[in-house]
Design a protein around this ligand. Structure first.
Ligand code: ADP
Ligand code: MG
Length: 305
């Protein structure tokens, strides 16, 4: 038993992704890990922020459910979302691809880069490098994005204080509902109702909230921020944990995507998807109550209180 315990305490037993990261952080005392991006000093006026995201075929996407252009877009969008969550401006990207034989001999790569560059151009992101290799079976995409923010001004997950109000941009649950539609057998190409197309696009071609982050940054009233990639429930938990606070969320204040209404009859079910669904890539942030009036002109924001 002693030997076994020793083994348990020195090796990684992966319960889940979060536990893995937590263990890594503790075991090697890694101070920089744990936010949407790592913050690096650049010069007296500027900090750099950097994020890495890995997408694996049949785990994070399915080629028969999406289009190469959407996948190129999404590979960049998820990293831009992490940059936005720091209140930073994206600048440069590195993109690495592991490409299986059949994909190499198709028009996939051209179309993938078309999708990637149309989003990159929108936010003036420059591709500065990457790597490419063959892989035996499944496509792998590794996205790195670097951004900049004024010195000491990156918005961390750890800045929330007791009494702050909790906000999210946009509506929640759409991306998860879109994924469910595809799991039920609909592909994007075969979809008819606008509602289904809209939901599916929330999943396949998410829009990173880079512009809203810029506005929030200008207002300088946000105490903490994270992007909602895993779902409001998980990401709010991350934010609370890093800030050392708790949170109270009122069910009737959750901005559930209206498109879910006739897909899911029960309100409970809609709420669960909005809370736990993930991949909406909206921003979750906190603001001191005294600063609330500065936010009031923004109709896209809904208070959680
Ligand atoms: P996000 O969902 O915002 O992309 P993740 O949940 O992937 O964030 O990661 C949380 C934190 O853990 C980040 O700071 C990230 O850089 C770090 N992290 C994730 N995987 C690893 C790893 N394999 N090695 C070191 N740090 C990691
Ligand atoms: Mg994130």
């Amino acid at each position: 038993l002693y030997e076994f315990n020793k083994l348990v305490s020195t090796q990684f037993f992966m319960v889940g992704e979060f536990e893995f990261i937590e263990k890594l952080r503790r075991k090697y005392s890694l101070g920089a890990i744990g936010d949407d991006c790592a913050v690096l000093p650049k010069d007296e006026k500027t900090d750099q922020v950097i994020t890495a995201d890995l997408l694996v075929e049949d785990i994070d996407f399915r080629l028969d459910w999406t289009k190469p252009e959407f996948l190129g877009h999404k590979a960049l969008a998820i990293s831009l979302s992490d940059i936005a969550a720091m209140g930073a401006e994206p600048k440069w990207a590195m993109l690495s691809l592991g490409i299986p034989e059949n994909v190499w001999h198709s028009d996939f790569i051209d179309r993938f880069y078309d999708g990637w560059f149309s989003l990159a151009d929108e936010f003036n992101v420059e591709l500065i490098g990457g790597d490419v290799s063959r892989v035996p079976e499944r496509l792998v995409i590794d996205s790195i994005v670097i951004g900049e923010v004024a010195k000491g001004k990156a918005i961390l997950r750890s800045g929330a204080r007791p009494g702050d109000l909790i906000f999210v941009t946009g509506k929640l649950g759409g991306a998860a509902a879109g994924l469910q539609l595809m799991k039920n057998g609909l592909s994007y190409e075969s979809m008819k109702p606008d509602r289904d197309i809209e939901l599916t696009l929330r999943q396949l071609q998410p829009l990173p909230q880079v512009n809203i982050a810029k506005l929030l940054k200008i207002q300088a009233i946000v105490t903490s921020m994270i992007d909602i990639s895993d779902g409001l429930s998980s990401d709010l938990m991350h934010l609370c944990k890093e800030s050392g606070v708790g949170a109270k969320v009122y069910a009737d204040r959750i901005p559930v995507d209206e498109n879910l209404r006739d897909l899911y009859r029960s309100e409970q079910e809609r709420l669960e998807i909005a809370l736990n669904g993930g991949e909406d890539f909206e921003l979750l942030f906190t603001v001191p109550e005294a600063q609330l009036s500065s936010l009031n002109t923004w109709t896209f924001l809904r208070s959680a209180r």
